[in-house]
Design a protein around this ligand. Structure first.
Ligand code: PLP
Length: 436
């Protein structure tokens, strides 16, 4: 007999590539059949089989206030009653833009789009126009959405031509992308020595969180900032995950580094499809209709999505839950570390920054080690995560179905929910050591 989920999965695979509309949802990284979710509330997901799972994936980051926060839900319902798209000016996007520009000094103007990918694509276009340069420098292990020029990673060594990371990306597009390893001053210096006068912008996730969580040294980030300034390149912070999550002003605020441009997504739409790119007015005024950089969108600044973003950001501004989120992060980190120690699994290294967490499995008997660069993630990690993932899900906790995706804490995760993850981990490690 096949389960309800297996039936849905078989149908989905017939009508969509891999059965999904975004690749990681297919569970390729962990194997098995994905959960089909029927509903969600607060910190919980409810699947088609009637299971309740504590959610630490939170739709990959947007739901900093959990599923269905009442104020956001009420505002969205009210907005729906007034119509859901007008295709002309309205006050929702104005209020959201004012809230952001009044509270984030390095964002003097902002343009809303529909996704993080669009935000990045548009910001890069502005950077090229404003500097009259062509090359963009990115870092291995940083994800910037699926725009062609960002689907590139380094070949073997800096001297190589960058090669596309996806089929269908033209080598000539890839050729304008320079790629550098994270946490490596010398490599950065070399790239600037060779290409400094043709680098339009350097783009990075100031806390890389798409290839595991790879906390960067502040010195390294400061040095990067200095090099971009010295070479008249623009500094773009991709804060699609970190914006409004690590602080209202994102990592830029935490680090005290003001980027020239910043890209937002995820939290900015409160779970609806919104992205945004912003920065100094003189840069943003390159964008049409003020300037010659074309960028448009039929459903951009969709009123319902804008209201969800506005209510979410208002709440974050008024209640400033950041210290509490940090505290939750610390608690969870300590709980999980203690479990690993008790179970004799000191090889599991917990990495955390604010409300983002990730563990890297170095393999039994090995010592834990801080990982700042994707090359330092051991091969055993992905293999070990598969087994651990399914055991933890079986114990009622939903983590991202990939060894390279981080965990997301939200304001609705209470101590009892952190405890549920800790207990699920303890039981899973016990089963593993018992060979069960
Ligand atoms: C998720 C993400 C993107 C892409 O955003 P989408 O809305 O999925 O297009 C870009 N950059 C970073 C840092 C992200 O985490």
């Amino acid at each position: 007999m096949t389960s309800q989920t297996e039936q849905l999965w078989a149908r989905a695979k017939k009508v969509s590539p891999g059965g999904v509309h975004s690749p990681v949802r297919a569970f390729k990284g962990v194997g098995g059949v994905p959960s089909f979710i029927k509903s969600a509330q607060g910190p919980y997901l409810f699947d088609e089989e009637g299971n309740r799972l504590v959610d630490f994936c939170m739709s990959w980051g947007p739901l900093l206030l959990g599923h269905q926060p009442p104020t956001v839900k009420a505002a969205v319902a009210e907005a729906l009653d007034r119509g859901w798209t007008f295709g002309t000016c309205e006050s929702y996007s104005l209020e959201l833009a004012e809230l952001i520009t009044q509270n984030i000094p390095w964002v003097e103007k902002i343009r809303f789009v529909n996704s993080g990918t669009e935000a990045v694509m548009s910001a890069l276009r502005v950077a090229r126009a404003a500097t009259g340069r062509n090359k963009i420098l990115k870092f291995t292990g940083c994800y910037h959405g699926h725009v062609d020029s960002m689907l590139v990673k380094a070949g073997s060594g800096l001297a190589d031509m960058p090669s596309p990371d996806s089929a269908g990306v033209s080598p000539s597009v890839a050729g304008d992308t320079l790629v550098c390893p994270l946490d490596d001053e010398a490599a950065l210096q070399t790239v600037f020595d060779c290409h400094g006068d043709d680098i339009a912008a350097v783009i990075l996730e100031p806390i890389p969180a798409n290839n595991g969580l790879l906390p960067q040294r502040k010195d390294w980030l400061k040095n990067l900032e200095a090099l971009t300034r010295k070479n008249n390149s623009l500094l773009i912070f991709d804060e699609v995950i970190s914006g409004f999550r690590m602080a209202f002003g994102g990592m830029a605020e935490r680090l005290g580094i003001a980027p020239d441009m910043v890209t937002y997504g995820k939290v900015i739409g409160g779970g609806f499809p919104v992205g945004g790119y912003g920065g100094k007015a003189e840069l943003m005024d390159w964008v049409a209709p003020t300037g010659p950089v074309y960028q448009a969108g039929t459903l951009s600044a969709n009123p319902v999505a804008m209201v969800a973003g506005l209510e979410t950001l208002r709440l974050l501004k008024d209640e400033a839950p950041y210290a509490a989120l940090e505290q939750k992060g610390v608690e969870l980190e300590n709980m999980l570390k203690e479990i690993c120690q008790q179970q004799g699994r000191e090889d599991i290294q917990l990495q955390r920054e604010g409300s983002l967490f990730w563990s890297v499995i170095h393999g039994q008997g090995n010592s834990p080690k801080m990982v700042r660069n994707p090359d330092d993630i051991p091969a055993v990690h992905a293999e070990s995560y598969k087994d651990l993932y399914h055991r933890i899900r079986h114990h009622g906790v939903y983590l991202a179905p990939s060894a390279y995706e981080v965990g997301f804490l939200s304001t609705v995760h209470e101590p009892e929910h952190l405890q549920m993850l800790a207990t699920a981990l303890a039981s899973s490690l016990q089963e593993i050591s018992a060979g069960a």
